[in-house]
Design a protein around this ligand. Structure first.
Ligand code: PMP
Length: 441
């Protein structure tokens, strides 16, 4: 019996033995195509020798150097690559070990910024329902995944509140124009600022493309500028969580590049290191860092493994490869192919209510009835069943469900590595088709 406290204490997971490119081999069974990068992590696929070499070189040179004493070349070069050209005004990077840690750091940086500029009353954070920002207590309290949040409510901070997401398939009213829907959401955010006291709000936090909780939900055009305008009106920050949708997944390096806004603080993680090492980061606007520099002179935060040399070396190699191999162009081309293939295969399926996403980040939402968009009974665990059938059919897709505002969302995410070729995309959709047929007919 395994001594690991696994996610499921009923079904032990398969032992992973090896990975090459898109293929992952377990201890038993045939190799499977990793069509979700795990959870949108493995952006270069598995076993890229260039990354392995960079990791090995760094580990030989120096594997660990505490940031109280040292910086390291890999972290400096990675920061230069990410923010040296100040994209959207982002000028500084802070490296941590996961997406949740990045979210915690973002919240604390926002809070400290307002302390430094003499606005200590700002301590409220507004996020959205049907969002996910991580599993540590700050990130969990912030997030709007109520199924994950609920058991821990008594131990979560009460500085968080939630407004509606921009989720057209589920929440746009029949007959409501896109412009009216966006205006309604902006008014709701404004109302929330007023309810809390506009000068109490530190930041509004959102995923540009909602990942795990609701499945690759893109915002309507004009939504993010409208949200930004509310934040600007009241002097609050905009924090964008690109842990899942960022670093090329959407077809541009940052998903916000397609939204007409830039964040004050951004979080990134999964595609940063591509799973070769655990690494996440926040990217911050110059004026925020300057306020800290002019004030207390330090970011009052820290982790033992921040800016870990081996993790930074891995991420540096991954990010260089994305640029050198022109992989963003491949994400766009293969993303278009994936969209077409999903539409052809599932566009008329009685139980596929919505096919949505961008770049190489797509989801199918399953419904019992297409016309009414009625969801399946939660007990049927359709998303889990499709995941299991997909594994049996030789393809890994990422399942998600959970009761959200009384609605059960069953979806699976398809997020192949950026190196996918046309024949990979076709094979992924063919195998997924067999899995969906096996579960839903
Ligand atoms: N934010 C988003 C948008 C995520 O998708 C995730 C992970 N799924 C996190 C934060 C938390 O990241 P991690 O699991 O690395 O802590």
């Amino acid at each position: 019996m395994s001594r690991i406290l696994h996610r499921s204490l009923r079904n032990e997971p398969l032992l992973a033995v090896s990975g090459r490119g898109l293929m992952v081999q377990g201890a038993t069974g045939a190799p499977v195509i990793d069509a979700s990068g795990g959870a949108a992590v493995a952006c270069l696929g598995h076993g890229d020798e260039r990354v392995v070499e960079a990791i090995t070189r760094q580990a030989r040179q120096i594997a660990y150097a505490h940031t109280v004493f040292f910086t390291c070349q890999a972290a400096e070069e990675l920061a230069d690559l990410l923010v040296g050209h100040a994209p959207g005004g982002l000028t500084h990077a802070y490296f941590v070990s996961s997406g949740s840690e990045a979210m915690e750091a973002a919240l604390k940086l926002a809070r400290q910024y307002f302390l430094e500029i003499g606005q200590p009353q700002r301590h409220r954070f507004i996020a959205r329902r049907q969002s996910y920002h991580g599993n540590t207590l700050g990130a969990l309290g912030l997030g709007g995944n109520f199924a994950r949040r609920e058991p821990y409510t008594p131990i979560l901070a009460d500085c968080f509140s939630h407004v509606s997401p921009c989720f057209a398939y589920r929440f746009q009213d029949a007959g409501e124009s896109d412009a009216d829907y966006v205006a309604r959401l902006a008014a709701e955010l404004e109302d929330e600022f007023q309810r809390l006291g506009p000068d109490k709000v530190a930041a509004f936090v959102a995923e540009p493309i909602v990942g795990a909780t609701s499945g690759c939900v893109t915002a309507l055009p004009g939504y993010f500028p409208a949200m930004r305008a509310v934040c600007d009106r009241h002097g609050a920050l905009l924090i964008l969580d690109e842990v899942m949708c960022g670093m090329g997944r959407s077809g541009t390096l940052h998903a916000w590049e397609q939204e007409g806004v830039a964040p004050d603080i951004q979080t990134i993680a999964k595609g940063l290191g591509g799973g070769y090492q655990p690494i996440g980061a926040i990217l911050a606007q110059g004026r925020i860092v300057e306020a800290l520099a002019a004030g207390s002179g330090a970011f009052k935060h820290g982790h033992t493994y921040q800016a870990h040399p081996v993790a930074c070396a891995a991420a540096l190699a991954v990010q260089r490869i994305i640029r050198e191999d022109n992989l963003l162009a491949n994400v766009q081309a293969m993303g278009a192919r994936l969209e077409t293939a999903l539409q052809e295969r599932f566009g008329n399926h009685a139980n596929v209510g919505d096919i949505r996403g961008r770049g190489l980040f797509w989801a199918l939402e399953f419904v019992e009835d297409r016309a009414s968009r009625k969801t399946f009974a939660p007990a049927r665990k359709i998303n889990e069943a499709v995941k299991d059938a997909a594994m049996a059919a030789g393809v890994m897709i990422y399942p998600m469900g959970g009761t959200i505002d009384g609605r059960q969302g069953d979806h699976v995410i398809i997020a192949p590595p950026y190196i996918a070729r046309p024949e990979d995309i076709d094979e992924i959709v063919a195998r997924l088709g067999r899995a969906v047929d096996a579960v839903l007919g």
